[in-house]
Design a protein around this ligand. Structure first.
Ligand SMILES: [Fe+2]
Length: 254
């Protein structure tokens, strides 16, 4: 599966130049999400075979990003293609996947297809649902790492190259804050500034599925580290406080 992933990714490298910088980020992100999936599934006590399949899902979940970027020069699904659906189509043709038991193959494929849905798809059955919940948590954990590292490095200069509608201003838009205060979520397509982007990342915490993953959010101090980079007002502090209360309550209920 790893060889299949490496070959596919390298097919987007340009002669003498290699992979475009945003695609290198996605390649490294995929590797780390695979590791997050492995660690979460191991902590959840999944059998060894399922841990390996969970790791494969982590590695393959963003397959659709590569052809999306090559074709449209953006990672914005709204103005290009649903990268979950695109990844599903690519992975469906992967021979290595067809050697797995049917339920595991389906769980990996459905995990790729729906990992980026705004809300979790409730219709999936047991194993597919477990895999989908896992990949959504593992993906978010690593996205936090990518974002925080990129801001520390250079203020996230790559962001407008990946999502051209977003500028690097750290002040959130008032209408985004209003929506987050009322609905605790906001459509990705409406984001305009880095401040908006960081605030929506904070709101993703409400979507975590496994307390074990939420524990990582807590231990890595994700909420305060995200907010540190936002030029916010009292409403941002209010949103942060609500998120932190949610984490405390959820972990106390374990
Ligand atoms: Fe993705």
């Amino acid at each position: 599966m790893r060889a299949c992933f490496d070959d596919y990714v390298q097919s987007f490298a340009k002669e003498g130049v290699g992979l475009a910088a945003p695609l290198i980020l996605k390649q490294q992100h995929s590797e780390r999400v695979a590791q997050e999936c492995r660690e979460l599934s191991s902590g959840l006590g999944w059998p060894e075979g399922l841990q390996r399949s969970a790791e494969a899902l982590g590695l393959l979940h963003d397959l659709g990003r590569f052809s999306q970027f090559a074709q449209y020069h953006t990672f914005a699904d709204g103005s290009s293609v649903d990268h979950g659906e695109r990844g599903y189509e690519i992975a469906s043709r992967c021979k290595q996947l067809s050697r797995l038991p049917d339920a595991e193959r389906t769980a990996i494929l459905e995990g790729i297809r729906h990992h980026n849905d705004r809300r979790i798809l409730e219709e999936l059955d047991g194993q597919s649902m477990d895999f989908l919940r896992l990949i959504r948590d593992a993906d978010k954990l690593d996205i936090y790492r990518v974002v925080l590292e990129a801001i520390d490095l250079d203020g996230f200069q790559e962001l407008p190259k990946m999502l051209p509608q977003i500028n690097l201003q750290r002040r959130p838009s008032p209408e985004i804050l209003d929506e987050l205060l009322i609905h605790q979520s906001c459509s990705f397509e409406r984001l305009r500034t880095l401040g908006d982007f960081l605030m929506i990342q904070l709101s993703w915490i409400y979507d975590f599925n496994f307390p074990m993953a939420l524990r990582q959010v807590h231990d890595r101090e994700i909420p305060t580290r995200l907010l540190k980079h936002v030029e916010g007002d009292a409403r941002c502090a209010e949103i942060l406080e609500k998120v932190q209360r949610f984490i405390r309550d959820r972990l106390a209920r374990r």
